[in-house]
Design a protein around this ligand. Structure first.
Ligand code: ADP
Ligand code: MG
Length: 414
C-alpha cells in the first residue's frame, strides 16, 4: 500500500509539516499511518496521522478535519469535550506517492482493546469499567448534543488511554519495535510495574494503597476499599479474573475518520460488525442511538473480556442472519414493528419471525443469565449491570437510552 495514491513513505527523523520530527510509528489504519513525532519548536510530542494520497482518502481526511474542528471549537468548556482526542494542527505533505493530508493530535497511549488483551480476555474489574464507560458517555454527550456528530465506529480500538509524559519518553528511548501502540504492543513492555509507573495516576502523590495498576489478578471478592485487599498479589497464571486498573484512568474517543453529521450521513453501511446496531443491520436509518448500541457492546466486553455479539457465517446462515439470531436470543425476541422496518428486514424476517431458523432452535439467553451461567457472576451483581446494557441495546432506537440519560443511570451511580 506504499504506492501512488497510498501511504506516504516515512522514516525516522523525517520532518513533517516543517516542524514534526518523526520518532517512531504508533499505528496504522485503513486510511493512514500514525507517527510519534517531536515538535522541534516546543519539544512536545504529538501523534501525526498521515493519510493515503488518493483523492478519495484526501476527501475523507478533509471531512475528518471539519469534524475535528467542530469538536475542538464548539464548546471547549463542556465537560465531555476533554473525552475526545484533540486535533492540534493539520497540513499537507508531498511524497513520491502524491499529496497527503496530515493531522497532528495530542499523544495518547494504548487503546481499550489493548487493555482487554492485557487482561487475557478476562475483562476489567468493575470500578475501572465504570470510570471508562462514564468518560466515553461524557464524550458522546458532547458529540451528540453539542456537535451534532455521530461517531459511527465506537469500539475498543478507538478509545485511547491517556498516558503520562514518562510513558512517552520511554516510548522514545526504547529500542523495542512497537507494532501498533494500541493493539499489539509487546506484552513485556507493559508488564506490571512499568504499566503502573507509566499509565498510573497523573498525580504522583496519589495513595496507591487502595487502587493500583497491576496485572496481578485477584478474585473480585478480594476487592474491598480500605482493607488492602486490592494489594494482595497472586502468582501470575494462578488465577483467572478481571484485570485491575487504576480508576483514575482517563480515556478519550479517537478516530473521527468515519464520523458524520446527524443531518449529513456519508454512508448507510456504518460501524464494525460486532458493534453494529440493529437499525443499521436492517438498513432502517440511524442516528445517535447507533453509537449507544456500540457502547453497550463495548461495556459488556470490558466487563467480561468477550464480545457481546460475535456473528459468524455458517453453511446455511450468513453472518448477518447469525447476528440477528444472537440479538434475538439476548433480547428474548424483537418486536414485529421493528423487524418490519428497514430495507433489509424482509430478507431476514417473515411475519415477525426469523426466516432462517425455526423457533425451537432458538436459545433465549438474557444478559443477566449469561453473566451468571457463563461468567459466574453473582446474580445480585448481574441484575443492575444487565439492565444497564439492555437500556443501551434497546431494539427501538427511539426508546434507547441517550448518552445524557445513561450518565444518570443507577448502575453508574450506585
Ligand atoms: P485510521 O482512520 O486509518 O483507522 P486511526 O485514527 O484509527 O486511523 O489511527 C490508527 C492507529 O494509530 C490507532 O488505532 C492507534 O493505535 C494509533 N493512534 C491514533 N491516534 C493516536 C494518538 N493520538 N496517540 C497515539 N496513538 C494514536
Ligand atoms: Mg481506526
Amino acid at each position: 500500500e506504499y504506492c501512488t495514491g497510498g501511504y506516504m513513505p516515512i522514516s525516522y527523523k523525517t520532518i513533517l509539516g516543517d516542524k514534526y520530527q518523526v520518532v517512531r510509528k504508533l499505528g496504522y489504519g485503513h486510511f493512514s499511518t500514525v507517527w510519534l513525532c517531536e515538535n522541534i519548536i516546543n519539544k512536545e510530542y504529538v501523534a501525526v496521522k498521515v493519510c493515503k494520497s488518493a483523492n478519495i482518502f484526501t476527501a475523507v481526511a478533509q471531512d475528518e478535519i471539519k469534524l475535528l474542528q467542530c469538536t475542538r471549537d464548539k464548546n471547549p468548556d463542556h465537560p465531555g469535550s476533554r473525552n475526545i482526542v484533540q486535533m492540534l494542527d493539520f497540513f499537507n505533505c508531498r511524497s513520491i506517492n502524491g499529496s497527503h493530508t496530515a493531522i497532528a493530535f495530542e499523544i495518547m497511549g494504548p487503546s481499550l482493546l489493548h487493555l482487554i488483551i492485557q487482561s487475557d480476555y478476562q475483562g476489567i474489574h468493575m470500578p475501572g469499567v465504570k470510570t471508562i464507560v462514564r468518560q466515553v458517555l461524557e464524550g458522546l454527550v458532547y458529540l451528540h448534543d453539542e456537535c451534532n456528530i455521530i461517531h459511527t465506529d465506537i469500539k475498543p480500538e478507538n478509545i485511547l488511554i491517556k498516558v503520562k509524559k514518562s510513558y512517552v519518553t520511554r516510548m522514545v528511548s526504547t529500542t523495542k519495535k512497537f507494532y501498533d501502540l494500541g493493539v499489539l504492543m509487546p506484552k513485556s513492555y507493559v508488564a506490571a510495574d512499568s504499566f503502573t509507573e507509566l499509565c498510573g495516576p497523573q498525580d504522583d502523590d496519589v495513595n496507591d494503597d487502595v487502587f493500583e495498576w497491576t496485572r496481578n489478578r485477584s478474585y473480585p471478592e478480594d476487592y474491598s476499599i480500605g482493607n488492602g485487599g486490592s494489594n494482595r498479589r497472586l502468582k501470575e497464571g494462578n488465577l483467572k479474573g478481571p484485570l485491575w486498573i487504576d480508576p483514575n484512568i482517563e480515556v478519550k474517543i479517537a478516530d473521527l475518520g468515519n464520523a458524520c453529521w446527524d443531518d449529513d450521513h456519508f454512508s448507510s453501511e456504518i460501524q464494525t460488525k460486532q458493534y453494529r446496531a440493529l437499525e443499521v443491520i436492517l438498513d432502517a436509518g440511524y442516528s445517535f442511538p447507533a453509537d449507544i448500541w456500540s457502547l453497550g457492546c463495548v461495556t459488556f466486553e470490558l466487563a467480561t473480556g468477550e464480545y457481546l455479539f460475535n456473528p459468524k457465517r455458517y453453511q446455511r446462515c450468513s453472518a448477518t442472519a447469525d447476528h440477528l439470531t444472537l440479538i434475538w436470543e439476548v433480547l428474548d425476541g424483537i418486536p414485529p414493528y421493528i423487524t418490519s422496518k428497514g430495507n433489509r428486514a424482509i430478507r431476514y424476517f417473515d411475519s415477525g419471525r426469523l426466516r432462517h431458523v425455526e423457533d425451537h432452535y432458538l436459545k433465549i439467553w438474557k444478559i443477566e443469565d449469561v453473566l451468571v451461567d457463563k461468567y459466574d457472576w453473582k446474580r445480585i451483581n448481574a441484575i443492575p449491570f444487565a439492565s444497564f446494557i439492555e437500556s443501551m441495546i434497546e431494539p427501538d432506537p427511539q426508546l434507547r437510552i441517550t448518552a445524557a440519560a445513561a450518565l444518570q443511570s443507577s448502575w453508574l451511580n450506585e
